[in-house]
Design a protein around this ligand. Structure first.
Ligand code: HEC
Length: 159
């Protein structure tokens, strides 16, 4: 028969054993992760890895070197100056197609009278703005030339 006292001893012994077991497995884990870190370090500082990470970003060629052909510059479509019709369609037609706010209507006889003022005078009105027409007819990035083309386009619409 195990005495009461012995039971306690057994219990302690069991607790001690399991504690020992736990700490052993913790230690094992630690060892494992250490090994993992070492492996990582090894990979990180491997010759290959280092030379990959520290390779030069460019090359300098000196006279006499075989220089590889330069890549063709990206093709940029030149938009060039916009035509009068283009400028009219994207900037002026908003008002002049329907005659908004008293704007001389595109494709009507009113342009015959306006043409009599001379293109230069008409252009001045456009550049400065007139009535509800904003300066440059609202096309702030239009060149004077483009605006003149637009005016001529509108004058040419006279019936
Ligand atoms: C917000 C509306 C509006 C836009 C946009 C607009 N116009 Fe006008 N435009 C008018 C109005 C309104 C008048 C008449 C102004 C007046 O006589 O009081 C006018 C008048 C004109 C005239 C006659 C000027 C004169 O001396 O009698 C020309 C030319 C003209 N516009 C060209 C253009 C061109 C070119 C554009 C585009 C680049 C343009 N407009 C954009 C409203 C506009």
């Amino acid at each position: 028969m195990i005495s009461f006292k012995n039971k306690w001893l057994l219990a302690f012994a069991a607790a001690g054993l399991s504690f020992g077991a736990v700490s052993a497995s913790e230690k094992n884990k630690e060892e494992k992760s250490k090994g993992y870190l070492e492996a990582q370090k090894g990979a990180l500082f491997s010759k290959e890895n280092i030379s990959q990470r520290t390779k030069p970003v460019g090359k300098i060629y000196v006279e006499g070197d075989d220089v590889p052909a330069a890549a063709a510059p990206p093709a940029v479509a030149s938009t060039g100056p916009r035509s009068g019709a283009d400028v009219y369609a994207s900037n002026c037609s908003a008002c002049h197609a329907a005659g908004v706010g008293g704007a001389p209507k595109y494709g009507t006889a009113v342009w015959n009278d306006l043409a009599a003022k001379g293109i230069d005078n008409l252009l001045q009105s456009v550049l400065n703005g007139k009535g509800i027409m904003p300066a440059k007819g609202g096309c702030s990035n239009c060149s004077d030339d483009e605006l003149q083309q637009a005016v001529e386009h509108m004058v040419a619409s006279a019936k």
